[in-house]
Design a protein around this ligand. Structure first.
Ligand SMILES: [Zn+2]
Length: 85
C-alpha cells in the first residue's frame, strides 16, 4: 500500500475490500496472506488464505507485520551469499 499520495486511512478495513495482509500462520509455518474477518479495537480476527485457520492478531502487530517482515528479510539477505537469497 502506498500512503504517500493518499490521505491516511486505517490500514485495514473490512469494508473497502483491501482486507488482506501478510501474517505468520503457525499451521502453514510461514507468512501467508490473511483475510481480516473482523476488526476490533485492539485485535483483528484473521483467516489464513492458505489453510483457512482463523486466529486473533494484535491490530498494531498485524498492521506493521508486512513492513517488519520485509525489513527483516532485507537484513538477513545481507548476510547470505548470493545463491541463498
Ligand atoms: Zn495457514
Amino acid at each position: 500500500m502506498d500512503l504517500r499520495d493518499t490521505d491516511y486511512v486505517p490500514a485495514y478495513s473490512t469494508e473497502d475490500g483491501s482486507n488482506l495482509g501478510l501474517y505468520y500462520c503457525p499451521i502453514c509455518n510461514e507468512d501467508t496472506l490473511h483475510q481480516i474477518l473482523d476488526v476490533g479495537l485492539e485485535n483483528y480476527d484473521v483467516k489464513c488464505s492458505n489453510c483457512g485457520t482463523t486466529s486473533v492478531a494484535r491490530a498494531d502487530y498485524f498492521d506493521s507485520y508486512e513492513d517488519e517482515s520485509m525489513r527483516w528479510s532485507q537484513e538477513i539477505a545481507e548476510f547470505l551469499p548470493d545463491d541463498e537469497r
